[in-house]
Design a protein. Structure first.
Length: 633
């Protein structure tokens, strides 16, 4: 696991090693163990290494083939590298290290772009082809590892983080107001935009080729893989699905234990992280687990159940792990925000500061941690979302209903008022079209209730899960920590996409009937049910975790911020966003925003996500906005 940077001067000018070093130094937290750079006329590559596999100097990067044609910088872990190495050796390739990076380089040299389909893991890498004068970039199927790029003054810049681009003297940070509109619609970016003007994120499952000297385009972008959720034409017996899921799940966890350093695991009170820990603890001589809990002194309502330390401690006892936990209080968000925003670089889904603290804890004890991310999106963990979209109607109506649901922060009807100061610059942006573009490859003829659920699973894997993965990468690598996600093993994902909807969600036929004949409030009970998701996964997990865990209602990892924002943290909220000098009011109307915030502070509406997003955006403006000083940790 590492950090990569690079420059291709498309005008043919020589790249300065000093610039590459400055870019690389911006992301030293991603790889404090080693660094390296390569320059050859118009190309420069830089690398920061976090040593996980083969800790020797043989893992130094940039890495070149023996003939010098291909030079690579690589970030990630390809878990099936040993099998690929055997195949490559049979084709005549020789190896000088035990690293997966050498396998990735020689696989690309052997198979080119087709090598991407052979990799089972997480990665972002760049290869310079000295013969063809072409730079090749690639990102893993699911987007676990990020890769950003921008073109400035004829120079193509790329890096694992945006701050790497900021290390180049030609780059200056400026807010993308169209991106701001997209973020405050979805609390995420569904497109390849970021909040930094001109900076894009290479889409998951995509690669790009940039030729030296070719003008008029950034590069040739192509997709090599995509999700495809569908109902099987000839479904297996239910028991066969359980057995195959158990086999693939255990295989996925074991695959991702490969390392020459200790591997730990996050352990919440839920079944996803619990089951991963259960399998891993059987394979490792000892294992550390990590939980982040919350002080519930001032919490109320449904937030009273957010602290899962007791359940996590019980599973640690059962699995005999060495367990560590920390407790967050209301003031901890304020303390961490400068570091958090610097490392996140752009706001995305969720209130991520508890995850930052969890990564900080895990990073004190090792370099690798397992996470349960992906289980919900692959196996239907959010039934209240899918049920809203189950209709016997046309596809565009489905898009409209789901689009309305995913306006998480500010609904369309208020956009003109909220963004009045910059409305002329953003009024042409259609966030509905941005939403619709996610489904560009989907057939409008697939309109059964099961098809609508599969459309929704696709959308959430492409957008919501992707946002979570980008956030997780940033907050873990901030602490020189590699997060692995066994639920996103290739074989397990391929299986999950073909599991019948009836084995993921309960009560689907009842929801369809009510939506058809009794619209209105009677569907609410199905939107509230949280045990109806991941049915197949729950059945299988009973083999590995206690029944009370596998049958527990679904809840996310979140602090009781709704209570804290109108209680212990109210002064902080007011200091940051309840005054006319806040930077965000260059782009948003203060009076309209204040009215929305007051709804929460005075107990009329729960707008915790909006308040978090406003604070996050304000801190972003302070650290990254035009004319602002750069504030690092």
């Amino acid at each position: 696991m590492c950090g990569i940077v690079g420059v291709l001067d498309r005008t043919g000018g020589a790249v300065s090693p000093v610039s590459i070093r400055r870019m690389s130094d911006q992301i030293i937290h991603r790889g404090p163990d080693d660094s390296g750079l390569f320059t050859d006329g118009p190309v420069g590559l830089g690398h920061r290494r976090l040593s996980i596999i083969d800790l020797s100097a043989a893992g130094h990067q940039p890495l070149a083939t023996a003939d010098g044609r291909y030079v690579m910088v690589y970030n990630g872990e390809v878990y099936n590298f040993q099998e690929l190495r055997v195949e490559l050796e049979s084709l005549g390739w020789q190896f000088h290290s035990s690293t997966d990076s050498e396998v990735v380089l020689k696989a690309y040299a052997q198979w080119g772009k087709d090598s991407l389909g052979r990799f089972n893991g997480m990665f972002a890498f760049a290869v310079w082809d000295k013969l063809e004068k072409t730079l090749f970039l690639a990102r893993d199927r699911y987007g676990i590892k990020p890769l950003y790029y921008a073109t400035v003054a004829g120079k193509f810049l790329f890096g694992s983080e945006i701050k790497a681009l900021m290390g180049h003297p030609s780059f200056s940070s400026e807010i993308d107001v169209e991106g701001l509109l997209e973020y405050f619609t979805f609390q995420n970016f569904l497109s390849d935009r970021t909040l930094h003007k001109g900076v894009k994120l290479l889409p998951a499952g995509c690669c790009m080729s940039i030729e030296l000297g070719r003008s008029g385009e950034t590069g040739v972008l192509s997709r090599y893989w995509d999700y495809h959720f569908e109902e099987p034409e000839q479904p297996l017996d239910d028991q066969e699905y359980i057995e195959e899921l158990d086999r693939l799940f255990q295989q996925a966890v074991r695959r991702q234990l490969v390392a020459d350093v200790d591997v730990g695991s996050y352990l919440s009170g839920g079944m996803d992280s619990g089951s991963i820990t259960a399998i891993a603890a059987k394979e490792l001589p000892y294992m550390r687990t990590f939980t982040c809990g919350f002080d519930m002194s001032s919490a109320s309502g449904m937030e009273l159940g957010f602290d899962e330390r007791r359940e996590a401690e019980h599973m640690s006892y059962l699995f005999k792990t060495e367990h560590y936990e920390m407790v967050l209080k209301a003031g901890d968000m304020e303390r961490i925000m400068p570091k958090l925003v610097w490392h996140l670089e752009e706001p995305r889904v969720g209130q991520s500061y508890p995850n930052f603290y969890a990564a900080q804890l895990a990073g004190k004890f090792g370099k690798v941690v397992l996470s349960g991310a992906g289980g919900d999106e692959m196996f239907g963990g959010y039934p209240w979302r899918y049920y809203r979209a189950v209709v016997n109607d046309d596809f565009e109506h489905y898009i409209d209903k789901y689009y309305d649901y995913w306006q998480r922060l500010i609904p369309n009807g208020m956009m003109k008022k909220v963004f009045a100061p910059v409305w002329d610059q953003v009024k042409h942006v259609s966030t509905r079209d941005i939403f619709r573009d996610v489904f560009s490859t989907h057939s409008a003829s697939l309109c059964r209730p099961e098809d609508y659920v599969n459309h929704s699973l696709y959308f959430e894997a492409k957008t919501f899960l992707h946002g979570l993965l980008v956030v997780e990468d940033k907050i873990s690598m901030a602490h020189s920590l590699e997060t692995r996600v066994p639920f996103l093993d290739n074989d397990l994902v391929d299986f999950a996409m073909k599991v019948p909807t009836r084995l993921k969600l309960g009560h689907l036929s009842d929801v369809v009937r009510i939506n058809e004949n009794e619209p209105g409030s009677k569907t609410a009970k199905y939107f509230q049910k949280t045990k109806d998701g991941k049915l197949l996964l729950r059945q299988m997990m009973q083999r590995h975790v206690p029944r009370e865990v596998s049958e527990r209602e679904k809840q996310g990892f979140s602090a009781p911020d709704a209570s804290w924002f109108k209680g212990e943290s109210i002064d902080y909220v007011k200091r940051k966003i309840c005054h006319g000098q806040a930077d965000i009011y260059q782009y948003m109307d203060r009076n309209v925003v204040q009215a929305l915030v007051d709804d929460h502070l005075e107990g009329r509406e729960n707008r915790r996500l909006l308040i978090w997003s406003l604070i996050n955006a304000e801190k972003w403006c302070e650290q990254f906005g035009a004319g602002k000083s750069r504030v690092s940790e």
